[in-house]
Design a protein around this ligand. Sequence first.
Ligand code: URA
Length: 240
Amino acid sequence: MHNFYKKLIIAVLPLFLATFAFADVHVVDHPLVQHKLTLMREKETSSCEFRRLLREIAMFLTYEATRDLTTKQIDIETPISQMSAPMLSGKKLCFVSILRAGNGLLEGMLELVPSARVAHIGMYRDPETLTPVEYYFKTPPEMDSRDAFVVDPMLATGNTAIASISRLKEKHPKSIRFICLVAAPEGIRNLQAAHPDVEIYVAAIDEKLNEYAYIVPGLGDAGDRMYGTVDLLNKVHPGI
Ligand code: URA
């Protein structure tokens, strides 16, 4: 294929996928988010910088994901006069972090909504079968009257997100949204097929998965990059 058409397809594919191929996928394409994400993708970006950028992007993603929260009017008094003003209604939100990388997004989310409750789900991906194995699950009380926001930076095969959301549904939250940084088209398709009721908020939909189920071009292993547990420059990780 002519180079120009290849480049054109690569440029418009994410936008096409976001607009037509998946319902209920919200691509947060704000220029600041895209700029910060590009910095995160670069392999020279330090762990410290990576965590800071993830925290900042988390605030933008949360801003979008909480756009339709319900409010109630309350009576207050300003220094000038009385007024009826909006406040969030209902029980406190629940942010659900899929360990360990979810914690990077969680930090920024809690800066934006400090009163939110937090659940943790520990799932690791079996490197052979790529299926998720649960090792930790803890949620706050009264989940049935809370909106849940499940977070994990990378939506790759979708297996971990699907298993985590299935487990969370045993607690019957009022609603569930999924927030991630980068998704593969396969992960979005799988998650939507398993949980069509869950809306997805993402900063970018990338091209594909590689044979190690890493997102291409992606940013590598988000957990490793956050915590400096792999030597990226020397490419010691098999998935890179
Ligand atoms: N998990 C990651 O951290 N990165 C990927 O590319 C895929 C899964």
